[in-house]
Design a protein around this ligand. Structure first.
Ligand code: ADP
Ligand code: ZN
Ligand code: ZN
Length: 747
């Protein structure tokens, strides 16, 4: 094919200019250019010079050839793989973002960070010889620098040149002399900046799979060999050996000369996963996350591209690892909301994974003990392939989970935050010198009103989500449809006066625990106590080292950790996350409570978990107590169907922000009106506008419109339309709009 004309997409932050433009390709450039080339082009009336990305070529144009503009030059060093370029276009369309944002998400931060050509030195003589030499030379003035260098080598026989020169305070000349004397050698190869220390790890070998693992592996490995583009939902309780399945499947991928991506929900879980993988696979394991230095990140990117790394582990952004041939993509804990990006493009890593897997013709594994309702629905309707692990891989000590009805406590006169049972359990656990986790099920700004006596929660009739309580006007307001009613004083269900807004914080729990167990040492883990780079690790390490008896925390304490001495988990008020203004509230409660109760009894002592609740009969609580996913699913799916939420409807949130509240409210209503008159309006349902959960941040007012539709396409069409409407608005009060398709959080 001749490359007479090129179709180019430009990188610009104005959404409406993101069409595809056709440019002429000068003869000299024709042999070089390919899909993914980055080129310089003249743009617009003023022929401003900007960057463009080649999406394709054609031989003819449908406009006046006189008007054709030509590509000026190619940026040879920054071409992008055509697969990733195609992925960027997919993300731009699917999440209705700009090309710039899409490319920003999938390229390493600064593609121009240089390779670090660091020299290393290695000792050529052993420790005894080093000691001998130090003894002989010590005290002789001219040899002082050399002795200092030898002393460094004694501790670090393999060290960077920079480090030994700094630590021993010696010149390059001293090192050169030592090289001449064959005491050490200089390594000329480029040092790879690996974010972990390979030598600190042991090695591990495959465990022989149990029956369930074997069944899962047979099917997955077959898909890898046959290049079947299947999505597996690996539903396995915690400790059922999912990670072992991942590793043995990846072994097959590597044997075929391909690469694998393993995603985990958050950075804090990286070290544990990296350790397990490095112990099994060694130095082909790469790590990608936002806390790496730019240099480290670039090296990981480059090594993946060059094929020197074969497995990439990391949170969400690891999905963009530039592997040439991918054989398997894994999302561990697939239900976690962190897989959805909160920055434009607001992509979901699962969708991007499935898109990439289609290109590479390879399977995807979604692993979880508590899969998203949407995923499980797809699994049982056979869009995904369901594989289940129902047994623990190792014999663990038994776990007893109980619920305590806090309404009864109140009736019996106990108004404190601890039930009698939990109090007694803490006391006896402390006496046995075992550890306790107290979990406060608080998410974001949970704020709802309920009756303490009967557990009744005030909810919107239309949306079946809890009302938010607004202090300033004493009203209850629905976050989705904005309906509001005056705050109630008397419970509509039982007539009691114990109707109150719910809210307790970790600090309050900590203070209370200190008061009634003055001898116990309590550690608090929340956003305040975990600031800084190693914030989480500091608190967790201290607890692991038994520096405290009780760990009090929010969802941060629920995941991943393995404290062998914890034999009691107390859930302070399970209901706190049950009625946040979000249709996923029940699901998140079930996930969190299941996860946190599983923290108890992981060593050789039996575990106990106590769930304090005002609604012990709610299916989220009952299923978490019985560790019964299927019971939860069968209830939740009915609610979703009845109320028209995912997986039965697609949803979009439109957040609009302005410094002028009055203008903002008018704008929102105007936008809603124009949306309602939009051609396809029958296919969609528009809710709101209503104030966002965080209705004011730093003098910016925030309102939100929710839109539901049967088809995703209807929503993206509407989103594009919305951007057009918004651009036509006269923005004298500076407003800003953010669109999120199938949001995982409530705005
Ligand atoms: P999950 O990822 O499902 O939570 P893991 O893969 O972490 O489970 O496995 C839990 C524990 O069981 C680990 O200590 C692991 O080494 C062990 N394990 C997994 N598979 C086997 C097996 N086939 N035989 C013996 N132990 C196993
Ligand atoms: Zn009541
Ligand atoms: Zn409502």
């Amino acid at each position: 094919m001749t490359q007479k004309y090129a179709q180019i997409i430009i990188s610009i932050s104005v959404k409406s200019l993101e069409r595809i433009f056709t440019y002429g390709v000068p003869e000299v450039l024709r042999p070089n250019l390919r899909i993914g080339s980055v080129v310089e082009i003249p743009f617009g009336a003023g022929n401003r010079i900007i960057r463009g990305y080649i999406l394709g070529f054609c031989e003819e144009i449908d406009f006046d050839p006189e008007k054709v503009k030509y590509i000026i030059k190619e940026y040879e060093e920054v071409g992008i793989e055509s697969e990733l370029l195609d992925l960027a276009v997919f993300m731009k369309n699917r999440y209705v973002s700009t090309m710039q944002a899409a490319l920003g998400a999938l390229l390493p931060s600064r593609p121009n960070v240089r390779k670090k050509e660091e020299k290393w030195v290695r000792s050529l003589i052993d420790q005894d010889q080093l000691m001998d030499m130090i003894r002989t030379l010590k005290g002789k003035k001219t040899y002082e620098p050399r002795v200092r260098a030898l002393e460094v080598l004694l501790v670090k026989p393999h060290v960077s040149l920079k480090e030994i020169m700094e630590e021993a305070d010696v010149t390059r000349g001293i090192i050169t002399t030592m090289v001449k004397h064959r005491i050490l050698e200089l390594e000329e190869n480029i040092r790879i900046r690996m974010p972990y220390d390979l030598e600190a790890y042991e090695t591990s070998i495959n465990l022989s799979p149990n029956k369930e693992q074997d069944k899962a592996l047979t099917s997955i490995i077959n898909s890898i060999q046959e290049k079947e583009n299947k999505v597996y939902l690996l539903h396995g309780i915690t400790g059922s050996g999912k990670t072992e399945v991942y590793m043995q499947a990846i072994e097959q991928v590597l044997a075929m000369g391909q690469s694998a991506i393993v995603m985990i929900p958050e950075i804090a879980l990286t070290p544990l996963m990296v350790k397990r993988f490095v112990e099994r696979f060694g130095e082909v394991v790469g790590v990608m996350h936002s806390r790496l230095s730019e240099g480290e990140r670039f090296d990981q990117w480059r090594l993946a591209k060059e094929g020197r790394l074969k497995i990439m582990i990391g949170p969400r952004s690891a999905i963009f690892a530039p592997f040439e041939k991918i054989g398997l993509i894994i999302l561990d804990e697939e239900h976690e909301t962190s897989y959805k990006s909160e920055m434009p493009p607001k992509y979901h890593a699962r969708e991007v994974a499935i898109y990439r897997a289609r290109y590479h013709m390879c399977p995807v594994i979604l692993g979880s003990a508590t899969p998203l309702v949407e995923s499980y629905y797809k699994a049982i309707t056979e869009k995904y392939t369901l594989v289940e692990l129902e047994q623990k891989a190792e014999a663990l000590s038994p776990l007893r989970v109980e619920t305590v009805d806090m309404r009864k406590e109140l009736e019996e006169g106990n108004t404190s935050i601890l039930s009698c049972d939990l109090y007694k359990a803490i006391k006896s656990t402390l006496e046995k010198k075992e550890q306790i986790i107290l979990f406060l099920n608080r998410r974001g700004h949970s704020n709802f009103v309920s009756c303490r006596l009967c557990g009744y929660v005030l909810k919107c009739n239309h949306c079946d989500v809890a009302y938010n309580y607004h202090k300033y006007n004493h009203r209850l307001q629905c976050h989705y449809c904005n309906e509001s009613i005056p705050m109630v004083q008397i419970c509509p269900s039982c007539g009691s006066k114990h109707v109150k807004a719910f809210g307790i914080g970790t600090q309050k729990v900590e203070a209370y625990i200190k008061e009634i167990f003055p001898k116990a040492k309590a550690l608090r883990m929340d956003y305040d106590t975990t600031t800084g780079k190693d914030g989480h690790k500091r608190v967790l390490d201290a607890f692991e080292a038994k520096e405290a008896d009780i760990l009090i925390g929010t969802q941060m304490v629920a995941k991943g950790h393995h404290f062998k001495n914890v034999t009691l988990v107390g859930v302070m008020a399970a209901d706190m996350s049950l009625y946040v203004n979000d249709f996923r509230a029940s699901e998140k409660t079930f996930q969190l409570v299941t996860q946190v109760t599983g923290r108890s009894g992981r060593g050789d002592k039996a575990g106990r978990a106590i769930i304090q609740t005002y609604t012990p009969d709610h299916y989220s609580i009952v299923s978490a107590k019985n560790q019964d996913y299927k019971h939860f699913y069968s209830n939740e799916i009915q609610y979703r169907k009845l109320m028209g939420y995912a997986p039965f409807k697609e949803m979009m949130s439109v957040l609009i922000i302005s410094t002028d509240e009055k203008y903002l409210i008018q704008l929102c209503h105007r936008i809603k009106e124009r949306l309602s008159s939009y051609e396809d309006n029958k296919a969609v349902e528009i809710l709101g506008p209503s104030p966002a959960t965080l209705s004011k941040i730093r003098n910016n007012f925030r309102w939100v419109i929710y839109i539901k539709a049967d088809s995703y396409k209807a929503l993206t069409a509407l989103a594009n339309h919305l951007y057009n409407i918004n651009e036509q608005e006269d923005h004298k009060h500076i407003s800003h709009m953010q669109i999120d398709l199938n949001p995982m959080m409530s705005y």
